[in-house]
Design a protein around this ligand. Structure first.
Ligand SMILES: Nc1ncnc2c1ncn2[C@@H]1O[C@H](COP(=O)(O)OP(=O)(O)OP(=O)(O)O)[C@@H](O)[C@H]1O
Ligand SMILES: [Mg+2]
Length: 602
């Protein structure tokens, strides 16, 4: 299962990433891109023209005192500036909207990818770390995508236009000004690379931070009951201090390009004044042409400085994007086979045939496990904690696939049928009732948006939940809080049972559904469960053996194997493991009437 992890080491692959980004996300925005490029061309053209205008302005107005030009040139300058303003606005809005759309696409893609990911991936990755990819990494991309896209578009185009003017006005002088370019490239590249590394580490640490917060809020009761608030704060502080150091590193890297470019720009201008002045003095060029050239150099200086900043932004963005791609590149293994057909349930017989399964290298959770749950019968799995009972029922829903052996439902291998048809045929009540932060009604009708009000109430009624629901302030419309925090443990379980009732599936999997109940509720629930099990193939994991005395067959699980099977009476007669468990629990219960749960006894 180690390849389910999404954490990968740092790799420098800027070009590959950019290529992939363009391939996967840009093609949807071709029309907008063309509009943006047109705007950019106008910006570039008007910028170049404005720089170029200095020459006729100086030569015609100031030297030749041409009065027509005196009115004409200012009008042209105003018109050009206006045109440039409109085009700048257009390209900025269009490019930013492309950027935001790409971020949105990425976010949607990431979420749907994760919902379809294997359970094993979720086991390997803390939920806080996943959340951080949505919050911190997406934020990082959002923050940088606009500056990179607009920066690149504006600065690069302007720069090219101005360099064009420079070369047109004075080729020799341009070559001299360009001498400093190679000096700029090397430090920019190095800084970019360092930025990417630092940024990546920052994102990783931020993920740790979110994961820690998530942990401590989820476990707030334990934190408080151990009076360990300070301990948690210290842990958080440690992570945050590390992040602060990294952020400072990033700030230092970010702040370097501007002064570097400034110094190099000064150098270029000094060279130009020196050589250009010499040319003017020698009469090789006009003063107007020289000033137009100087204007172009000075104007080029701003986009050049901007571009060097774009590179650090780009590297920050790429660091975050590569973290998103890492998640997108882990493909689920548990998917529909190409030839998958819907599961056809005749009666609901479930067979395990030599099933082997391992969560983590080195320790088999299920070893050559075989058993049959006959159609429409009730079977129970019992055994000590960690013996593999929950694992068995998780295999039936294909949360995991076996390494060897097969599982069949009505003689169809569950790997040959569609996942949706398989999972629609199974209702599951888990060890921990899983509820969502929504109304009671929505929780019962989870995944069944078309369920009628009557059917929801009938399900709640059968689950012995109707009465307590009506006693709540807003009845079925009561919001129950995250994980159903505003309900008691037993109430949560009854909602989960109502959900299974409403699903009305031919196969029912119950994992210790009665653990959180008092005796009266337990009786009610037991009756509710009896109604629920009617006519369905049921596999129930029971910790209190008293609740399963009447099932059709009991399988005793030990270390991932079935070591005994038979009815309650058969197994008692056999005087094996089951008989031992039963007697021990019976004795315990005589001494400790409130003691429940086999797990805590054995
Ligand atoms: N997600 C997981 N990753 C790694 N190992 C796991 C995982 N879930 C269970 N295991 C291991 O697999 C074995 C079987 O676990 P399982 O949850 O099936 O036990 P169980 O019989 O349901 O126990 P309990 O009665 O306590 O609920 C245990 O040794 C457990 O440590
Ligand atoms: Mg279990």
């Amino acid at each position: 299962m180690t390849d389910s992890t999404i954490e990968k080491p740092y790799k420098d692959d800027s070009l590959q990433l950019l290529n992939r980004l363009a391939r996967e996300h840009l093609h949807r925005h071709v029309k907008a891109l063309i509009q943006a490029v047109l705007c950019m061309l106008v910006v570039a053209g008007s910028t170049a023209a404005l720089a170029y205008m200095i020459q006729p302005a100086l030569d015609h107005i100031f030297f030749h005192k041409d009065s027509t030009m005196l009115t004409l040139i200012p009008i042209v300058v105003i018109a050009l500036s206006f045109l440039k303003g409109i085009a700048t606005y257009g390209q900025s809005v269009i490019m930013k909207s492309i950027g935001q759309r790409m971020v949105m696409d990425l976010q949607v893609k990431l979420y749907s990818h994760l919902l379809y990911a294997d359970i094993a991936m979720f086991n390997a990755t803390a939920s806080g770390k996943l959340l951080s990819r949505f919050s911190n990494d997406i934020y990082m991309i959002r923050k940088n995508v606009t500056s990179v896209i607009t920066g690149l578009a504006r600065e690069l185009v302007t720069l090219i236009a101005l360099v064009g003017v420079m070369f047109y006005q004075n080729f020799e002088l341009s070559m001299i000004a360009m001498l400093v370019m190679p000096l700029a490239l090397y430090p920019m590249r190095r800084l970019g690379r360092r930025m990417r590394k630092v940024s990546r580490k920052t994102q990783e640490d931020l993920a740790k931070y979110v994961s820690h917060l998530d942990d401590s809020f989820q476990g707030i009761r334990i934190v408080k009951s151990h009076a360990n608030e300070q301990g948690e704060i210290k842990r958080a502080d440690n992570i945050m201090n590390g992040i602060f150091d990294l952020l400072m590193k990033a700030i230092r890297i970010e702040s370097l390009p501007a002064p570097i470019m400034e110094t190099l720009g000064g150098l270029a201008i000094a060279l130009v004044i020196w050589y250009g002045g010499y040319q003017v003095m020698a009469g090789v060029t006009t003063t107007g042409a020289f000033f137009s050239f100087i204007a172009a150099v000075l104007m080029a200086y701003r986009p050049l400085k901007g571009l060097s900043g774009v590179n650090t932004n780009l590297q920050e963005g790429l660091a975050a994007i590569s973290r998103i791609y890492e998640v997108l590149d882990v493909h689920p293994k548990i998917t529909d086979a190409p030839t998958a057909v819907p599961l056809e349930i005749a009666k609901g017989k479930i067979e395990f045939d030599n099933v082997q399964f391992t969560y983590e290298e080195g320790k088999q959770a299920l070893k050559n496990l075989s058993f049959t749950a006959e159609a429409g019968k009730r079977i129970a799995l019992v055994g000590t904690s960690g013996s593999g009972k929950t694992t068995i029922i998780n295999m039936i829903t294909r949360f995991y696939d076996p390494e060897a052996g097969s599982i069949r439902i009505d003689d169809q291998d569950i790997r040959s049928v569609t996942l949706s048809s398989l999972r629609q045929s199974i209702a599951m009540v888990n060890q921990e009732a899983t509820l969502f932060d929504d109304t009671i009604r929505a929780n019962i009708a989870y995944g069944m948006p078309n369920a009628s009000e009557e059917s929801i109430i009938a399900a709640a009624y059968d689950a012995a939940a109707h009465d307590f629901i009506l006693a709540l302030p807003q009845g079925y419309d009561t919001m129950i809080g995250q994980h159903g925090i505003r309900l008691s443990g037993g109430q949560r379980q009854r909602i989960a049972i109502a959900r299974a009732m409403l699903k009305n599936a031919p196969i029912l999997l119950l994992d210790e559904a009665t653990s959180a109940l008092d005796t009266i509720s337990e009786q009610q629930i037991q009756q509710a469960l009896d109604r629920l099990m009617q006519g369905r193939t049921t596999i129930v994991i029971a910790h209190r053996l008293s609740t399963i005395e009447h099932v059709d067959c009991i399988f005793v699980v030990k270390d991932g194997e079935i070591i005994e099977s038979g009815t309650h009476a058969d197994l008692l007669k056999k005087r094996g493991d089951y008989a031992k468990l039963y007697h021990r629990q019976f004795e315990r219960q005589a001494v400790l009437p409130h003691q429940t749960g086999l797990a805590s006894v054995v």
